[in-house]
Design a protein. Structure first.
Length: 126
């Protein structure tokens, strides 16, 4: 039955600020995406204006995208594919040269995101 449903664009808000959009068929699929620890780790690692997009106590909220957000998603995510695309609604800071060199492959980027999240957790414990 899900193959007959149309795709909907959802927005993830972090602390009441729209941060990213993506497209899925079911609300439950959207919930599963935002519950995935890999997404939260990516939000910890990504920065906008020098600040992480997400902190330890950030509140994540899922909702249907507003028309302007859906339009931005459609423009950025074309041409359509079967792959999940995340479109950020905020300007992301460019990583510095040291970070880019350290994170040159997808595996290294994932490892760096984990290390970054781990370092942030260690700092908050002290």
């Amino acid at each position: 039955m899900t193959h007959r449903l149309s795709l909907s664009v959802f927005t993830l808000e972090v602390d009441s600020k729209p941060v990213l959009t993506f497209e899925v068929r079911l609300y439950s699929e959207a919930e599963a995406i935002i519950a995935d620890q890999r997404l939260r780790t990516a939000l910890y690692a990504a920065k906008s204006g020098g600040a992480p997009l997400c902190g330890d106590y950030s509140i994540l909220r899922l909702r249907l995208a507003h028309p302007d957000e859906a339009r931005r998603f459609k423009e950025a995510a074309s041409p359509p594919t079967d792959d999940l695309k995340l479109v950020y609604l905020v300007d992301l800071d460019q990583p510095d040269e040291d970070t880019m060199a350290r994170e040159s492959t997808p595996t290294e980027r994932l490892k760096a995101m984990r290390e970054s999240a781990s370092a942030a957790a260690t700092l908050k414990v002290k």
